[in-house]
Structure formats: structure tokens, C-alpha cells
Design a protein around this ligand. Structure first.
Ligand SMILES: [Zn+2]
Ligand SMILES: [Zn+2]
Ligand SMILES: [Zn+2]
Length: 165
């Protein structure tokens, strides 16, 4: 993984149009690769989540789908989200009961999230579980970790700037 990809994209200024289109391209390529179907509704949900580096709840997504003419049945949104989460295109933020597009699609990784409690911006970074204290404790206890949820809550650079001004 390059240093560029390892950073918390959500909080930095970047070429966001390129960021959205390259993420969609990556998702298309991976689905083609793995024989998965990125149906129009799945693609649309991913697109909504890529629009802003912010977590969206299932109901917000459902509203957006409705506006986009995809019907208004909650299972449509839930099934699309399940697919996207299962295949790693989207992560669920437990703290917010909401979803964000993965910042490192296609790479196996242990995501860690920084969540702004003022604006709900979410930045994804890597958790350093492999060398961390939790990993050491788990090993000592003979416990095999399969999944961890790392969600840090705080104030993003933008909101901090506003608060300091
Ligand atoms: Zn972006
Ligand atoms: Zn990710
Ligand atoms: Zn913020």
C-alpha cells in the first residue's frame, strides 16, 4: 500500500471528482474480477456514499434512492448495502449506525475510523492491530481476533478551525 493511500483521505483537500470516479471504477473492476454483479441500485448506493466523506444512514440512502427513481422499498436499500458491505466496498460505522464508502477498496485491511462528532465527517485509516496492545493481549490470552471495530470520535480539522476562529 502506498503512503498516499494509507492516509485518512476524508479530512484532506483532494481532487474529489477523481476520487469518486476512481473508486467507482475500482468497484466495477473488482466486481468484474470476482464475477459479482454491481447492479444499477448497488452502484447508485456506492455513488451516494462516495459523494461526501460522511456516513449516511440507511434511511438517508433510501431517500436518495427514492429521489433518483429507484423505488422506495427499504429492502432495496438494505440489500444493496449488505452487498456493498459484504464485499468491502462500504463499511458500517457502528457508532453512527451508518455507512461510509471504503477508502481503500480491493485491499484487505483493518479499517479504523475517525468520526467528527460535530459534522459526522468520517475518515478511514488503518488500524495498527497487528502490532498493537490489543493484539498482544489477545495472543497472550490465546484468543484469535477476527474482526475489530476501531471508531475514534472527536473533532475534524475543519470543525476545529471553525471553533478556533
Ligand atoms: Zn474524495
Ligand atoms: Zn476500507
Ligand atoms: Zn467536523
Amino acid at each position: 500500500m502506498s503512503a498516499e493511500n494509507a492516509g485518512p483521505i476524508g479530512f484532506k483537500a483532494h481532487d474529489h471528482a477523481a476520487c469518486v470516479s476512481s473508486s467507482l471504477d475500482a468497484a466495477e473492476a473488482q466486481c468484474a474480477d470476482k464475477g459479482l454483479r454491481l447492479t444499477p441500485v448497488r452502484r447508485k448506493v456506492l455513488e451516494f456514499l462516495l459523494q461526501e466523506h460522511r456516513a449516511l444512514g440507511a434511511y438517508a440512502i433510501l431517500d436518495l434512492l427514492k429521489e433518483a427513481g429507484f423505488g422506495s422499498q427499504p429492502p432495496v436499500a438494505y440489500r444493496a448495502l449488505d452487498f456493498l458491505v459484504e464485499h468491502g466496498f462500504v463499511h458500517k460505522i457502528e457508532r453512527l449506525n451508518a455507512f461510509v464508502a471504503c477508502a481503500h477498496p480491493g485491499k484487505s485491511h483493518a479499517p479504523a475510523f475517525m468520526i467528527c462528532r460535530l459534522c459526522d465527517a468520517v475518515a478511514e485509516t488503518q488500524s495498527t492491530l497487528a502490532n498493537g496492545a490489543l493484539d498482544a493481549a489477545a495472543r497472550a490470552a490465546g484468543f484469535q481476533i477476527e474482526r475489530t471495530v476501531v471508531e475514534a470520535e472527536g473533532i475534524c480539522p475543519k470543525c476545529k478551525e471553525k471553533a478556533d476562529a
